[in-house]
Design a protein around this ligand. Structure first.
Ligand code: XUL
Ligand code: CO
Length: 443
């Protein structure tokens, strides 16, 4: 095992660098499937997945829930001075990420340093901590996958941020986004995310939906225009979620968000960040949301996690179901990969997983599950009859009248004539069970 010492203080002293040891290894602190150098097509696994740690869950989350006090003692969260605390947290973050060998991280503005009483002070704090982050990134080679602004925790956003009926709140949100964009650009962030946790409504009775959506679109255009004027070349992602904390979020799911993006002319700059647990909250599967985004050429990035089959809320558990991830990876591979983004673990260890090394098991498990699933999906696409079987279901559109239909050369009267001249169509089996078995065959 190789040793890594980065930062001023070691927080994860019982863990050394996590290496790839292969599937025969019984070392729980090693990768069995994620081999960063292994090639997937032309890219190494490291570059293909672009795995990222979510700063908020791993370094800010203290295990509290609506019914209980914090359970996780965060040793880097002790200093009284906000700058010292932010630096300690960053030391812990880069030590953790370096030991894990994960190439990226993601943050909200308020994750990397506490909000200040005034925006002027907050800007100064961000300046200091992004200087520190720059240094840490250089030392470690770890990069910023995306930045974002938290426009949902502070009470000022209780009626929304860009959709707030009060212009003064919208302006405050604009200031925060400007600072978060500055931070992201300074740290060479590859993308920027908008998740609108409060951009929706609690009651339609007091809400002018059309006006709020117009405001949201205007706000996004302003953010994009500013970032482009500062030389930002990355992609903007909108992260759909149907509800929670709002009763109804405007970016409900991928299809709704794509409609919004196109309706307001944002399609040249915006793509989607698809989160597993948000998909299931919207009563969709993860792969449904991925496919919807891919078909619109907007599959940008992923927030990886999983929900709980019995609970209807955003439990943000680490992904571990390989069969389901194979279904997702089939979509990702066929879409030609993610556009600009990566796989960010927007997931948290359970409230009762209170040891610091639990964070390692959680991420190792998630990365191994994705790596294994991708290898299985690739084998299915390369070797199994899966692609042919699916294409064959549509073969009646490959020639003659079916082809003319696809080419837009038939009218409804044509369909009538064609059908009148034929017998009742035969039953053609969908073969679902056979398709399902292919995944198990390759696992
Ligand atoms: C909330 C969520 C956010 C976004 C970033 O459900 O997923 O953490 O990913 O704001
Ligand atoms: Co998310």
């Amino acid at each position: 095992m190789s040793k890594v010492t980065i930062g001023n203080q070691a927080y994860f002293t019982s863990v050394n660098k996590i290496d790839y040891e292969g599937r025969e290894s019984d070392n729980p602190l090693a990768y069995k499937w994620y081999d960063e150098h292994r090639l997937i097509g032309d890219a190494s696994m490291k570059d293909y997945f672009k795995f990222a740690v979510a700063y908020w869950h791993s370094f800010c989350g203290n295990g509290s829930d609506p019914f209980g006090l914090p359970t996780r003692d965060l040793p880097w969260n002790q200093a009284n001075d906000p700058i010292q605390k932010a630096k300690d947290k960053m030391d812990a973050a880069f030590e953790f990420m370096s030991k894990l060998g994960i190439p990226y991280y993601c943050f909200h503005d308020v994750d990397i340093v506490d909000e200040a009483p005034t925006l002027v002070e907050f800007e100064q704090r961000l300046e200091v901590i992004t200087d520190y982050a720059q240094q840490k990134q250089e030392e470690s080679g770890i990069k910023l996958l995306w930045g974002t602004a938290n426009l949902f925790s502070n009470p000022r956003y209780m009626n929304g941020a860009a959709t707030n009926p009060d212009f003064n709140v919208l302006a405050y949100a604009g200031a925060q986004v400007k600072l978060a964009l500055d931070a992201t650009i300074k740290l060479k962030g590859e993308n920027y995310v908008f998740w609108g946790g409060r951009e929706g409504y609690l009651s339609l009775l007091n809400t002018d939906m059309k006006r709020e959506l117009d405001h949201l679109a205007r706000f996004l255009h302003m953010a994009k225009d500013y970032a482009r004027s500062q030389g930002f070349k990355g992609t903007f992602f909108i992260e759909p979620k149907p509800a929670e904390p709002s009763k109804h979020q405007y970016d409900y799911d991928a299809a709704t968000t794509i409609g919004f993006i196109r309706n307001y002319g944002l399609q040249d700059d915006f793509k989607l960040n698809i989160e597993v647990n948000h998909a299931t909250l919207a009563q969709h599967t993860f792969q449904h949301e991925l496919q919807t985004a891919a078909d619109a050429d907007m599959l940008g990035s992923i927030d990886a996690n999983r929900g709980d089959y019995q609970n209807g809320w955003d439990t943000d558990q680490f992904p571990n179901n390989v069969y389901e991830l194979v279904e997702a990876c089939l979509v990702i591979l066929q879409a030609g990969g993610l556009q600009g983004g990566g796989i960010n673990f927007d997931a948290k260890v359970r409230r009762n997983s209170t040891d610091l090394d639990d964070m390692f098991y959680a991420h190792i498990g998630g990365m191994d599950a994705f790596a294994r699933a991708l290898l299985v999906a690739k084998a299915i696409l390369d070797k199994s009859p899966f692609t042919h079987m699916r294409r064959d279901r549509y073969s009646s559109f490959d020639s003659s009248d079916g082809q003319l239909f696809e080419e837009g050369k038939l009218t409804l009267q044509h369909l009538k004539r064609i059908a009148f001249n034929k017998d009742n169509p035969k039953k053609l089996s969908g073969k679902q069970e056979l398709f399902e078995n292919i995944i198990n065959d390759y696992l």
